[in-house]
Design a protein around this ligand. Structure first.
Ligand code: NAD
Length: 434
């Protein structure tokens, strides 16, 4: 199948490369020339586990190519996938549809055969109708169907999730479009459920799923706060809860709050849609507020540990919104750093992959280090804010020697607490006391 993926970001690039691995001929199209030039030169623009080898394989085989030209990329495509951003509107926080609308207008002019336009971006209900109208208005004779094909990949696991999805949701109102998608996903036919629903249901499934997951995270974070006062251990509690198949064990890991490009913007967009339609979505609104408060609370916990020191040095490990990605968008770690920077502190940071993205945001407000131990050297407190696996194997004895004061705020459950306390560290954890 000839496929063009519009938008070459965290979703579009792994999707394009994955579809090439399935045997399709893929063009990845983006309006960002510098991104496309890098990709054309064989340089990856995002970090995703396992993407490098597939990218190299298919750029060399010619199954994936890159372009900034709609005129080159749209004619002859059987399927066009829209994977452009839908960031929050700066004032209303609703999903900003300007990139979707602009991409729809640009592609419409070049449709020259029956083409399925699949919206993979997370978009408000009725966007399928809007895109259909734009294409019809721009190119009244075009032969096309617009479907919803929401993406459920987890950043950091994008390649793994592409090949092992829990489910594929297809929102299609036309038989012809459904047949094309059935062909595309033939390799997954016996591997995961493929659910065909109406376009509007499909658009809603994505938001309803993300809002639910965000709520689940904040629920376990609130239970963690409760455990800190009751003396229970949140990890034991979460394990006991998760064994109930109605609850499930996933997303019961307490932390510094949810972040990333999806949950914050999708919960806000859903809350906006509720307000706009006069529906009470107070569970989602409360989740958003609870998540915002959590970041302030996390920063305060760290600052409290150094409140007696004038101009303390804080070593921070992790700025990506979670381990396995270089993505810092809406990262709780970055937000906690920003809150702490309003106080008189020095921050030394190390992140295995997210330093370039962090530098672009925090510029010279903090000190950037080449290793965890360099960041920890001379620090009054160590704050672990991102769950990179390598932080699990930190040498606590070495850290004790390097630090000015043996204090750790571990908000990702990375270190060995018993050993840390035996070594004389003061440890602030989440959801338990030691
Ligand atoms: P991103 O910002 O990483 O990438 C979007 C890309 O689209 C950018 O490279 C941008 O230059 C390009 N673009 C914008 N307008 C364009 C246009 N008119 N023509 C061509 N390219 C254009 O975004 P992302 O993280 O890949 O997310 C894309 C969509 O997928 C969003 O709606 C997001 O909510 C959804 N989604 C994201 C994830 C995730 O984990 N990141 C998961 C599921 C769904």
């Amino acid at each position: 199948m000839k496929i063009t993926v519009i938008g070459t970001g965290y979703v579009g690039l792994p999707t394009g490369v994955g579809l090439a691995e399935l045997g399709n001929d893929v063009i990845c199209l983006d309006i960002d020339e510098s991104k496309i030039n890098k990709l054309k030169n064989g340089e990856l623009t995002i970090f995703e586990e396992g993407l490098d080898s597939l990218f190299e394989k298919h750029t060399q085989s010619g199954k994936v190519s890159f372009s900034t030209s709609f005129a080159e990329s749209i004619p002859n495509a059987d399927l066009v996938i829209l994977a452009v951003g839908t960031p929050p509107h700066p004032i209303t926080k609703e999903a900003d549809m300007k990139y979707i609308k602009s991409a729809a207008e640009s592609l419409a002019k070049h449709l020259n055969q029956y083409t399925v336009i699949a919206i993979k971006s997370t978009v408000p209900v009725n966007t399928g109708d809007a895109v259909e109208n734009i294409i019809r208005r721009t190119n009244p004779t075009a032969d096309f169907d617009v479907i919803s094909l929401p993406e459920f990949l987890r950043e950091g696991f994008a390649v793994q999730d592409f090949f092992n999805p829990d489910r594929i949701i297809v929102g299609a109102n036309s038989k012809r479009a459904k047949n094309l998608i059935a062909d595309l996903y033939l390799p997954f036919k016996d591997r995961c459920p493929i659910l065909y629903v109406s376009r509007k249901s499909s658009e809603t499934i994505k938001y309803a799923s993300n809002a639910f997951l965000a709520m689940k995270i904040q629920y376990i974070n609130e239970m963690a706060d409760f455990c800190e006062t009751s003396g229970a251990d949140i990890y034991e509690v979460a394990k006991g809860m998760g064994l109930d198949s109605r609850i499930g064990a996933k997303f019961l890991v307490p932390g510094p709050g949810y972040g990333g490009f999806c949950f914050p913007k999708d919960t806000n967009a859903m809350a906006y849609m509720g307000k706009f339609n006069g529906i009470d979505l107070s569970l989602i609104e409360t989740t958003i507020k609870s998540n915002e408060r959590r970041k302030i609370n996390m920063a305060k916990r760290i600052l409290d540990m150094v409140s007696d020191i004038k101009n303390p040095t804080i070593a921070v490990l992790g700025s990506a919104f979670k381990g396995g990605t270089d993505d810092c968008r809406e990262s709780p770690a970055l937000q906690i750093i920003e809150i702490m920077l309003a106080h008189d502190v020095n921050i030394k940071l190390y992140d295995p992959e997210a330093m370039p993205n962090t530098k672009a945001i925090l510029k010279d407000m903090i000190t950037y280090c080449d290793s965890a131990y360099e960041a920890i050297g001379g620090a009054d407190v160590l704050a672990i804010l991102t769950d990179w696996q390598e932080f699990k194997s930190l040498d606590l004895e070495k850290i004790k020697v390097l630090m000015s004061r043996p204090q750790i705020a571990d908000f990702r459950n990375m270190i060995d607490y018993e050993l840390a306390s035996q070594l004389g560290f003061e440890v602030k954890s989440i959801g338990r006391k030691i």
